[in-house]
Design a protein around this ligand. Structure first.
Ligand SMILES: [Zn+2]
Ligand SMILES: [Zn+2]
Length: 266
């Protein structure tokens, strides 16, 4: 069993429950050694604020993580944020999140992607080839920017692009080869295993993890990190064993400490 989860939220993002100490308590009960907090980062212009913390919550969030270390000395508690890669805010992420606030890591998590001059959502709008290619380019830029310790749910596009066709394979290969080249772990996100299944022309499947994507990941030499993406304290290790099974089944290398290996930029 993997005893580290680097993807954890708190009530501050407005679609999770519980605070840092509630997740730590559950983590200890469930035998974790490492618990990383990566709540949804606030953006300086207030963008997408209905699913992320407010800028005014940031200091309290960082303080809650630091305070928890004294209460749970047996648990290695790590501090981070899950961020959309927005190029104009890259310096802000570096200077404020990693600098001023002293956070230890950032997770690159795409829930939108740039398309035709705006941002298209990965939920609610089906993807065609051009959209999938735009997502792919964006995700690769997120990888190469050098800000992120790992990339969350890279296969989330499967939520909007239901069929594993030539386009899906070509785009996946491009993402996976980029990650392998950079030595950047990609997340097998167990939250997808707890969500309602997606009906597709090939039958029902999980929205993510998308199995053929991970099979191809092994072929491309990409490494994986397993996370619960907990949005409720009792989910702090939820479905991680099943996500780990996916990695083992395809022979993927599983990273348990993404901060131990320096991310490389090109
Ligand atoms: Zn979330
Ligand atoms: Zn998340």
């Amino acid at each position: 069993m993997i005893r580290a989860n680097w993807h954890t939220h708190t009530y501050r993002c407005k679609h999770a429950t519980g605070d840092v100490e509630d997740y730590c308590r559950e983590a200890v009960l469930r035998g974790l050694d490492v618990l990383g907090f990566s709540d949804h980062a606030p953006l300086p212009d207030g963008r997408w604020k209905n699913v992320r913390m407010e800028m005014t919550d940031l200091a309290g969030y960082c303080a809650a993580v630091v305070e928890a270390r004294a209460c749970f000395p047996g648990l290695d508690i790590r501090s981070g944020l899950e961020c959309e890669y927005v190029p104009e805010f890259a310096t802000f992420y570096q200077e404020v999140f990693l600098g001023e606030q002293g956070l230890e890591y950032l997770v690159g998590g795409a829930h939108w992607y740039p398309f035709e001059g705006g941002w298209a959502p990965l939920y609610g709008v089906p993807m065609d080839g051009p959209r999938l290619r735009a997502y792919t380019e964006y995700l690769i830029r997120s990888m190469t920017c050098g800000l992120f310790a790992f990339i969350a749910h890279p296969d989330l596009f499967g939520n909007a692009y239901p069929v594993w066709d030539h386009e899906a394979q070509a785009c996946s290969r491009a993402m996976l080869c980029a990650a392998a080249d950079l030595g950047l772990p990609l997340e097998i996100n167990a939250y997808g295993l707890r969500k309602p299944m997606l009906e597709t022309p090939d039958g029902p499947r999980h929205r993510y993890p998308w199995l053929p994507f991970w099979e191809l990941a092994a072929e491309c030499g990409a490494s994986a990190i397993i996370s619960s993406d907990a949005h409720e304290p009792e989910d702090v290790t939820a479905d991680m064993a099943a996500a780990e099974d996916i990695a083992r089944r395809f022979g993927l290398t599983v990273i348990t400490d993404p901060l131990a290996q320096p991310a490389r930029t090109h």
